[in-house]
Design a protein around this ligand. Sequence first.
Ligand code: AMP
Length: 362
Amino acid sequence: MRIGIIGAGQLGQMLGFAARDLDMQCRFIDPSDAPPAAVAGDVIKRPFDDPDALQTLADECDVVTYEFENVPVEALLRISDRVPVYPPPGALRHAQDRLAEKRLFDSLQIPLPRYRAVDTLQDLQAAIDAIGLPLVLKTRRLGYDGKGQFVVRSVDDIDAAWRTLGTQALIAEEWVPFDYEVSAIGVRNVAGDIAMYPLTHNEHEDGILRRSRAPVDAPELTAIAGRYVTALLSHLDYVGVLALEFFVTGDRLLANEFAPRVHNSGHWTIEGAETSQFANHLRAISNLPLGSTACRGHAGMLNLIGEIPDTTRTPPEPGYWLHDYGKTPREGRKLGHITTVAASAEDRDRRLRLILDALPKV
Ligand code: AMP
């Protein structure tokens, strides 16, 4: 099986490693120098929407997928009559526009924070009247890791918010004083079988995922999240892994956003689940039966941002797995992650703390 992957970042690298174990070959498109996935397959060094590079993937691969969200949908549509492209470009189209995404959640009766489309300063004023303060203003497109967002806490912030973001199409969203955040990672294969990983508890700093822990011990929330993800997967006729992020308030889940791809909050599945999200994504898009999503214990993952500290290379105890993506260090850049799996949640948390205390602050 030959897998074409648009994007050769760390997600591509981890897909590439999983592909090796499944005896599949990967071919990537990525314009950057020495991208992380180059160690796991051949990289065509061209822009993501380069027609010749896409043609090569269509000709030489059995299926094409992508590892990041800003792939031009038109590029995927151009090859989708020649080779299966999964997840379906229609899902990507929704995920690329926060307004379309929120309308989709609404149409599937997946609860979400109150929101308004904002194209003018008058719209922002109307959103404040309707939603109240604080609210968060987000660009509809190209936002990630908390970028393209402005929290409007009082009317004094309106000018600064508008100066920062006002040239783009926006949404205003209720600020949710959540208890914690979780993600639900699901997978659907070509045959329509669906499997869910246990819920993952995620902690962000400055909008960037810092720590993930699974499974979350909340059977009712897990069941509700499973229903929402299943609705999304079925409605989109989805194939592959999808991550849906939620705010938890009391016994309620409010959907924040979904990613039509393997997800940072699922990295723990490499060591912590029977089948990793990467292996299951490849199985799903290759028309194979899905692997078990059961946990192998209590897993924790820390993102290594800006530097890979020595403590992660020589951890204080055995039982840690360091993933170094091989990227050049830069402030705020995700360079790797470290995972641990323990027999109890308490021991998992203790083990995470041993490493966490030595990490640089974001
Ligand atoms: P996003 O890029 O939308 O996933 O936002 C990044 C992070 O910012 C989220 O994971 C939350 O921690 C925080 N955030 C985003 N939107 C809201 C909101 N409406 N209420 C509270 N926190 C938010």
